[in-house]
Design a protein around this ligand. Structure first.
Ligand code: NAD
Length: 498
């Protein structure tokens, strides 16, 4: 059985804990590898290695740090298909979707290559007599990233690229469910010229995470995963004097106004609701048609499309989506569908019984579509994270704005309309972090920031874009007076710039 260890000090090392997690092949349900779970002392060793390597890395000028990232992009591009195949073999998403996962990560690495410009500080000449005032951004030291299973290439890159560009050393704790791509990215970074020890990968579970959260040498923690863990990581990291940004779960609504292009709206719902088997934090899980007529037309067009979704193994290039990550997750998603039926929602399309010939033990599930879902139902309140779309009928636009605004999650939301006034009002008023207008998955590009509101995001700064540079640096502000500006004698009052 293939064993996945850790990546410490520029090389792959075997785990010593004797504790392992199973890495499944989601197509067959078989265990395909064992991943080592790090002990606190293994994590502590990785932190020590990172702390020793960080000052030299920080002393390298930003242009040269950027060149390492440029070379890394080059190496990832050369290995693009191989990485995407490895990714889909552990995650289960289709090859085409896995390529998107790598691509959206690389775009943040490209953004981080602008670090010489992004790190520029501020300078005020003549702020007082002979006095100049300036600020510089300095790295924090050793920082950590804890990432989820659903984007095993993209989210690690979102975390480590800006952090490394800023001159930090990095400890990555990827998801234990699909750790091979993060391990390979670490090797490619070293091949690109990153000094050994600047980026380390520790695999593991809560024990490894808790060590990162409590060790004083870790200065900042970036987390992405479910909301309960995000909140735990945020409060624990803050209690240990660390900077933290922790992104959680979601329940993304898509409002369909009566004037929307219905075919476009249906295409958008099919792709955003069922792509990647719904295992995306920006997946649309709630459709909100406004008015009975809109709802009836939408359902009539949507139901046959859900029924005809093509579900196949991750290797099937014709499949719309592949298997879910684990059998346990599949069972959880199915149990939510059972719950929806008990709660009184109308199950228009039932994909629970779906079986794929030749892959009977794989984690496959057909698309499910609920109508007449109401806000008091648990299937509306909770994140399901599967190929299940709920339709909540709104009587008017005001109700449609209220639904996502009052939901405890606030990651993404979309409105489909041809009316500019309505779209503008919605963008302004909706209480959600990322908004799409006739765009179902509004994941901002690398040079803007990504982050949800309410229980979808804990902390002040978003991921990538300018916020990432703020998060991974601390600002030092310098007041410098030159000898010609120095007045004689001691000053006993607070200096003011008269
Ligand atoms: P998860 O919360 O189970 O795991 C995330 C990370 O936390 C993993 O590295 C895991 O090992 C670790 N972890 C798990 N339990 C822990 C514990 N008790 N203590 C400490 N660490 C623990 O999430 P997941 O199932 O891997 O990912 C799916 C979730 O991530 C969904 O809720 C999805 O919405 C969310 N997500 C959010 C975003 C975003 O940007 N908001 C992006 C992608 C995924």
């Amino acid at each position: 059985m293939r064993e996945i260890g850790h990546f410490i000090g520029g090389q792959v090392v075997k785990g010593t804990s004797g504790r392992f997690g199973d890495v499944f092949d989601p197509n067959t349900g078989e265990v395909q590898a064992k991943v080592a779970f790090a002990t606190p002392s293994e994590v502590g060793h990785a932190i020590a290695v990172a702390a020793a390597a960080q000052p030299t890395w920080a002393a390298i000028n930003p242009q040269r740090r950027a060149r390492v990232l440029m070379k890394f992009i080059d190496l990832v591009q050369k290995e693009f298909d191989g990485l995407a195949r490895l990714l889909s073999s552990e995650h289960g998403k289709t090859f085409a979707d896995a390529k998107g996962d790598v691509q959206r990560g690389l775009e943040v690495v490209e953004f981080a290559c602008g670090i010489p410009h992004l790190l520029k500080g501020e300078y005020s000449e003549g702020a007082g007599p002979g006095i100049d005032l300036f600020s510089v951004r300095q790295p924090l030291g050793v920082v950590a990233g804890i990432t989820p299973f659903n984007f095993p290439a993209m989210i690690p890159m979102w975390k480590f690229a800006p952090a490394l560009a800023c001159g930090n050393a990095f400890i990555l704790k990827p998801s234990e469910r699909d750790p091979s791509v993060p391990m390979r990215l670490a090797e490619l970074l070293v091949a690109a010229g990153l000094p050994a020890g600047v980026l380390n990968v520790v695999n593991g579970d809560k024990e490894a995470v808790d060590t990162l959260l409590t060790d004083a040498r870790i200065k900042a923690v970036g987390f992405v995963g479910s909301s309960a863990i995000a909140e735990y990581v945020y409060t624990t990291a803050c209690a240990h004097n660390k900077r933290a940004q922790c992104f959680g779960g979601a329940k993304n609504h898509m409002i369909v106004m009566p004037d929307a292009d219905m075919d476009q709206a249906v295409d958008a719902l099919i792709g955003a609701g069922y792509g990647s088997a719904g295992e995306r934090c920006m997946a649309v899980s709630v459709a909100v048609p406004v008015g009975k007529k809109t709802a009836d037309i939408l359902l009539e067009k949507l139901a046959p499309r859900v029924e005809s979704l093509k579900i196949g193994p991750s290797t099937d290039t014709q499949a719309d989506y592949g298997p879910m990550i684990t059998r346990a997750h599949l069972e959880k998603v199915k149990s939510y569908v059972d719950l929806g039926v008990r709660e009184g929602a109308k199950l228009v399309v039932d994909g629970r019984g779906f079986k794929l010939q030749g892959y009977e033990r794989g984690n496959f599930m057909g698309g499910c579509l609920f109508d007449e879902v109401t806000p008091d139902m648990r299937i509306y309140k909770e994140e399901i994270f599967g190929p299940v779309l709920s339709v909540v009928r709104a009587t008017d636009y005001e109700e449609a704005v209220r639904l996502p605004s009052r939901h405890e999650y606030g990651n993404g939301v979309a409105i489909f309309t041809r009316d500019g006034d309505t779209a503008r009002d919605f963008v302004s008023r909706v209480d959600v972090g990322m908004v799409g207008v006739n765009f179902a998955i509004p994941v901002p590009l690398a040079y803007y920031t990504f982050g949800g509101w309410k229980r979808s995001g804990f902390g002040d700064l978003n991921q990538h874009g300018p916020d990432a540079i703020r998060f991974y640096t601390k600002t030092k502000t310098v007041t410098a007076r030159w000898p010609s500006g120095v007045k004689e004698g001691a000053e006993f009052v607070i200096p003011t710039m008269k």
